[in-house]
Design a protein around this ligand. Structure first.
Ligand SMILES: Cc1ncc(C[n+]2csc(CCOP(=O)(O)OP(=O)(O)O)c2C)c(N)n1
Ligand code: SF4
Length: 281
């Protein structure tokens, strides 16, 4: 069986070298193709050795992405990409850790992990391919679905719930790097991913990534997205920008100089010490 290390070459790798031989099963036109292209472009631009990159995901159409990449991958459990990625980043600070998944994976079942990853600020990059729907389980509403979306038979009148606001929540929870991009702009997204991978802390990118099967109207995203965020390190300014945001503004919103959680901070006390604390005299 070959491993990434077997393939490691001193020569410069191209974007296609970061793709695996597995053909994606995504629907033709799915936005996630653009995300895969952007990630491989970013890895090539940074000339990262494949055996030094770890790519972790949960479950969903989008979460299949590590299988289509030729770096070390972990395709895990629905909503649990971040705990795995956190453990990896803390125990192996020499690796470049990338976590990815969908809006259902990251903001519903994985929502609690998202909040704490933002505040914990471990050095990793987290990409959420947001299509405002559960693609893999055939089109149910997700946390980012509009309250009046009537496309699911489970919620024929629309989910009727306020939308989860990924950028606002990330900012509130303390994430030091927050950006949004569109999968139809792989060059722009590749630039953002390169920057995020080099950022020394938790970098979160919401990627608007159309589900052409269950949300065909999202094909119009290319007409709706617009560049505008002015990267700031001032939380108040970032919140003010979000107050005027229509959900389709792209670019880096927030980049703060906040020290990342260091591996040595994660050292647990040894068992004897813990036992002594609880010993009944
Ligand atoms: C614990 C658990 N709950 C539910 C599921 C079923 N499930 C698989 S994928 C998925 C939703 C995927 O949606 P999203 O994360 O938005 O990704 P997409 O498929 O849209 O890319 C669900 C609910 C599961 N696999 N495991
Ligand atoms: S169902 Fe939607 S998210 Fe899943 S592969 Fe098809 S287009 Fe992409």
């Amino acid at each position: 069986m070959s491993t990434c290390a077997d393939h490691a070459r001193p020569s410069v790798l191209k974007a296609k070298d970061y793709k695996s031989d597995i053909k994606p099963v995504w629907c033709p036109g799915c936005g996630d193709f653009g995300v895969l292209n952007a990630i491989t472009k970013a890895l090539a631009a940074l000339a990262l050795p494949r055996e030094q990159v770890a790519f972790v995901s949960g479950i969903g159409c989008s979460s299949r992405i590590p299988a289509y990449s030729s770096v070390y991958g972990f395709h895990g459990v629905h909503g649990r990409a971040l705990p795995v990625a956190t453990g990896l980043a803390v125990s192996r600070p020499d690796l470049t850790v990338l976590a990815a998944g969908g809006d259902g994976d990251g903001f519903s079942i994985g929502g609690n992990h998202f909040l704490h990853a933002c505040r914990r600020n471990v050095n990793m990059t987290y990409l959420v391919m947001d299509n405002a729907v559960y693609g893999m389980t055939k089109g149910q509403a997700s946390p980012t679905t509009e309250p009046d979306w009537t496309g699911s038979q489970l919620t024929p009148e629309g989910p009727g719930l306020a939308q989860f606001q990924p950028l606002e929540i990330a900012l509130s929870a303390g994430a030091p790097y927050i950006a949004r991009c569109f999968s139809g702009n792989p060059n722009g997204l590749a630039k953002l991913i390169s920057e995020a991978l080099q950022f020394p802390g938790f970098a979160f990118i919401q990627v608007l990534s159309p589900c052409v099967t269950y949300r065909p109207e999202q094909k119009d995203y290319k007409k709706i997205v617009h560049p505008d965020f002015e990267a700031t390190g001032d939380r108040r300014e970032a919140f003010l920008q979000l107050m005027d945001d229509d959900g389709f503004t792209t670019g880096v919103l927030y980049r703060a100089d906040r020290p990342a959680f260091r591996p040595e901070q994660a050292k647990a006390a040894d068992l004897d010490t813990i036992e002594q604390q609880f010993r009944v005299a």
